[in-house]
Design a protein around this ligand. Structure first.
Ligand SMILES: Cc1ncc(COP(=O)(O)O)c(C=O)c1O
Length: 374
């Protein structure tokens, strides 16, 4: 089945007379068997999860082509992977990963738990070397917020040391745009808060482990039980519901993003547009080689710098001035105002392109740029 069909077909009850959707099951506790009964299959939600959580895991597992594990947020999913590493491990991350992943890596380093190597997303040889020398290699592609695309095909096919885990944060892409497990990654992570949920009304995260790596799946399953990053039943339900329209939202969002990126690139009020779908993007060739589309997030820098960028993002009326991304509604913000993100250019605006009519979005961008430069 194509992922776009599985998004609609997957994770549904199969029994005769069953509802088409697994309902939210708000349970922490389950009845235990008596001495003569078969052993319990479900005891406590933090251990075995609810049916709603399992529906989500089956759905996202099928989308990415592996075994899904659901978490209370993207960071809970990432932390589960990092915290399972033995003391003294080595981690490779991008030069500018999502800032909370950077904080996760750096905090552990400061505590002496592991070493951290930074690798430029475009440095394919650097990633290939890391796969032979590090315990966890964490590639984020496309990267937040600079939209660099790693050469995932080459990286995933490269030799790696026994036991090295190659993880891909695929949040910006979704399984409709790229499927790292099919290329050879060990585990994919999504902040399902973003495109998978798709409506800015929940927090969720998922890990999807390669089908042949049952050991890693079991380690992460056991770790989640200890760390307690279990997803709530209502959030699992909402994430499943969001995923049903993921193919439609991704198609529209990516199409809108391409049009707007091209127009912004031609606009004299804008100095630089970063979007993997533009031939001028430094890692466009990587994107073309394995991404099915180019995603629905772009970044651009305005002519005047930070103050003008602030004027632009505050002036919009269709696009929401808000921090998160991946919703059906467009959002944008200046990223350098986030603590720890001072390396990001001051005038950079990250723009999550939603499913509104593209001409309404363009009029809003035009008016907002005029508020600063008109
Ligand atoms: C690329 C990326 N990874 C991880 C996360 C963390 O996800 P969450 O906010 O669901 O914990 C985010 C959140 O913005 C993200 O953009």
């Amino acid at each position: 089945m194509h992922p776009s069909t599985w998004a609609i077909r997957g994770g549904r009850p199969e029994a005769r007379d069953a509802p088409l959707n697994v309902p939210p099951i708000p349970a922490s506790n389950f009845r235990l068997p008596g001495p003569d009964d078969p052993p319990a299959t479900r005891v406590y939600t933090r251990s075995e999860g609810t049916e709603t959580q399992l529906a989500l895991e089956s759905l996202v597992g099928g989308l990415d082509g592996g075994s899904g594990l659901a978490f209370s947020s993207g960071m809970a999913a990432a932390a589960c992977l990092f915290h399972g590493l033995a003391v003294g491990s080595s981690i490779a991350i991008p030069t500018d990963p999502y800032h909370a992943v950077e904080a996760l890596a750096e905090t552990g380093r400061e505590q002496g738990r592991w070493t951290v190597t930074r690798i430029d997303p475009a440095d394919t040889v650097g990633w290939m070397t890391a796969l032979r020398t590090h315990d966890l290699v964490w590639v984020e592609t496309p990267a937040n917020p600079l939209l660099d695309v790693a050469d995932l095909t080459t990286i995933c096919a490269a030799d790696r040391r026994d036991g090295t885990v190659l993880a891909v944060d695929s949040t910006f892409a979704t399984p409709l745009v790229q499927r790292p497990l099919a290329l050879g990654a060990d585990v994919v992570m999504h902040s399902a808060t973003k495109f998978l949920g798709g409506h800015s009304d929940l927090m969720a995260g998922v890990l999807v482990v390669a089908p042949d790596n049952t050991k890693l799946h079991q380690t992460l399953f056991d770790r989640r039980l200890i760390d307690g990053g279990t997803i709530g039943s209502l959030d699992a339900f909402l994430t499943v519901r969001g995923i049903r329209t993921l193919p439609l939202r991704v198609e529209r969002g990516c199409a809108n993003a391409q049009v707007l990126a091209e127009r912004l690139a031609e606009d004299s009020r804008v100095t630089l547009v970063r979007y993997p779908g533009l031939a001028t993007h430094p890692t466009h060739e990587h994107a073309v080689s394995f991404m099915h589309r180019f995603g629905a997030v772009l970044s651009f820098e305005v002519a005047g710098g930070g103050a003008d960028a602030s004027t632009v993002v505050s002036a919009s009326s269709v696009i929401n001035h808000a921090t998160s991304l991946g919703g059906v509604e467009s959002t944008w913000e200046r990223r350098s105002v986030i603590p720890g993100q001072e390396r990001i250019p001051d005038g950079l605006i990250r723009f999550s392109v939603g499913c509104e009519h593209v001409e309404d979005l363009w009029s809003d961008i035009d008016r907002s740029l005029d508020a600063a430069f008109g």
